[in-house]
Structures are given as structure tokens and as C-alpha cells.
Design a protein around this ligand. Sequence first.
Ligand SMILES: [Zn+2]
Length: 106
Amino acid sequence: MPGTAPRAPVRTCIGCRRARVKRALLRVTRTPDGVRVDPEARLPGRGAYLCPDPDCIAAARRRGASPLRTALRGIAEGDAVAALDQLENHVVYHQVPVGTVRSENA
Ligand SMILES: [Zn+2]
């Protein structure tokens, strides 16, 4: 039967707004301690997704971090900017290739 194969979950990058498979994107989530980068998508709660690409992070930043604030339902602008800083550090220092699932903490 057609159409019965399970599909990989898809999310939209808040930087470039392209829909991509979830595991190719970096997740950012809101926690009681603030906004955190959640590259393994393990933390509960509402998340936002970005390509592991400095251009996408820069695109979100150019819009005053508002896509991230919208995705995480009204977090403070300072928290959103801090989250983008974290994401940028993650991308720059870890050099996560697109589509790679990291499991070093498994
Ligand atoms: Zn993107």
C-alpha cells in the first residue's frame, strides 16, 4: 500500500525557514534554568530548530531573535540572544556536519 511508510519528523529552521528532517537540525529548548541548546533533542518541553549553520543563526539574529522568541513562546529577548550565542558556539566549536547524529554521551 502506498503512503504507509513512516516518515522522518520534519521541522522548520527558524533561520532560513526551510523544512528539514528533525535530526539534521539543532534543537533549542526552554528549561526552568533558561534557554538551552539541546543538540541531542533529549530535553522535554517546547523546542525551536535551526540548521547547524552560522548563516541560519545569523539570519535569526538579524530579525532580533524574534523567530526564536515566537517559537519558544515569549522568552525574553536577552534569553533568545544568549541562546543564539550558545548555538553559534556549538556550531563553530563542534563543527557538527549536517545530518550527523552525535551520540557521544549515550
Ligand atoms: Zn536554516
